[in-house]
Design a protein around this ligand. Sequence first.
Ligand code: FAD
Ligand code: FES
Ligand code: FES
Length: 483
Amino acid sequence: MQSTISFVLDGKIQTLCFNDELKPTTTVLNYLRSSPIHKGVKEGCAEGDCGACTIVIGELNSANKIEYKALDSCLVFLPMIHGKQLITVENLSAKNSSAETLHPVQKAMVECNGSQCGYCTPGIVMSLFSLYKNEKNPTKESIEDTLTGNLCRCTGYKPIIESAVKACIHDGLDKFTTNEKQIVELLLQIKKQDESIEITTSEQKYFQPKTKTEALQLRNKMQNSVLLSGSTDVALRVTKQHELLEEIIDLSAIEEFKKCTKTDSVINFGAGMNLEEVKKISEKEFPALYETLVVFGSKQIRSLATLGGNVGSGSPIGDTLPTLMAYNAEIKLQSVDGERKININNYFIAYRKTERQPQEIITAISVPRPSSKTIVKFYKISKRKDLDISTVSAGFCLLLNNKSVETIILAYGGMAAITKRALKAEQFLTGKNWERKNIEQAMELIAKEFTPISDARSGAEFRTIASKNLLLKFWSETKTERR
Ligand SMILES: Cc1cc2nc3c(=O)[nH]c(=O)nc-3n(C[C@H](O)[C@H](O)[C@H](O)COP(=O)(O)OP(=O)(O)OC[C@H]3O[C@@H](n4cnc5c(N)ncnc54)[C@H](O)[C@@H]3O)c2cc1C
Ligand code: FES
Ligand code: FES
């Protein structure tokens, strides 16, 4: 076990020791802001919503090439960047003794007047830099998706989108391509001495195991510790609630949790796979899960947040949950005593309470491939399309036998203390014809099955009407399909 972390910043390996000042739960944002040369990174919200704190992380892939992704530095604890390259807006331009040459995305932002007050600009530049490194000639959809996690109150986005179009027609080369070999060597140097991390200060214990076995043993010993995967939920306990997390097991360095395995009948998503990866795989395999992730947070959030974390949060508005219920997914739980699987439809017990025992960790989520005749859809109602949490969400599954319903799953988020199925409506519809008069009766049953709350997002009455109408929408979208 090592008690320090190392990462590459400003072309050099930086090694940090922790204490009660520089805590293991210090965010990358706060660390950078404390440095006189990295003030470009800004705090807007400290909760992943505004993107002013966007940085880019460079990570070695299995072929020892660097992959770049934009993240919200306000949600990343320092140990999570161990072994990676941390890139800030100050690192983008190429400097020599006589001149500074802006990076193509910076140049385009200047030429297209993409900045006004400038508060959002470093974050936007970093998001565009990650787009530049990952895509050539990106589509308008891809540019907009890249910018979803960056709020700008001044420009109206048009000049920023123009900057992206202008900058991303390129040969893929930049200063980072030229320096890649040198950075790879530094990252490999860190990797050579790479061990699991154990940081102890007088107030906190932070563990970052490298293997599943180690993680299970740690969990067995520390059953009240906070488990952490992507930290997009957990970090808010620190940045917004100002909690001191005393014992943390950070699962983000366990490679085994990031693997996806496929058989003819099922796809196993490792619990630590980030939602951008899950989104890519789902596009062909599970279209409803893909649609769920299209409207999930922002690219910065999806690049950090994991599928295991969404299930682990047990939130009644966790967006993947109704969809996973509709696909009849299984949750794999493991402890030092062995492994077990629970169908997600039986997993949630009460508000943020699940069947998972304290010594267990979610290791994977298995999603069965539905038959070609099965229709699965996801719906999300929120105040705005992007980067918003659900008021009501739904994952529906339908299998018809001629005109009658053979199988139906109607799973709702935002309607109860847990993600919950409309079992009475399902029972009523099973064996009946998939036709409007039956749907209308099922809608009345849905209204009776749930007693949703009123909160800042909506009133209970709105939720009830919305949940009924989502079934009607599902019917109207499927009544002509695959009869
Ligand atoms: C700006 C913003 C936007 C968001 N938008 C959405 C959205 O659109 N839809 C939505 O559903 N959510 C959204 N979220 C919430 C959050 O991103 C998701 O819940 C995410 O999937 C959590 O994953 P994570 O890996 O970051 O989890 P973490 O924060 O690491 O953990 C979340 C919870 O799961 C537990 N946990 C993590 N891994 C495991 C494991 N392997 N085994 C057991 N328990 C585990 C943790 O202890 C914690 O209680 C948003 C959050 C932010 C900050
Ligand atoms: S400060 Fe707003 S996303 Fe990080
Ligand atoms: S330029 Fe002012 S917030 Fe974007």
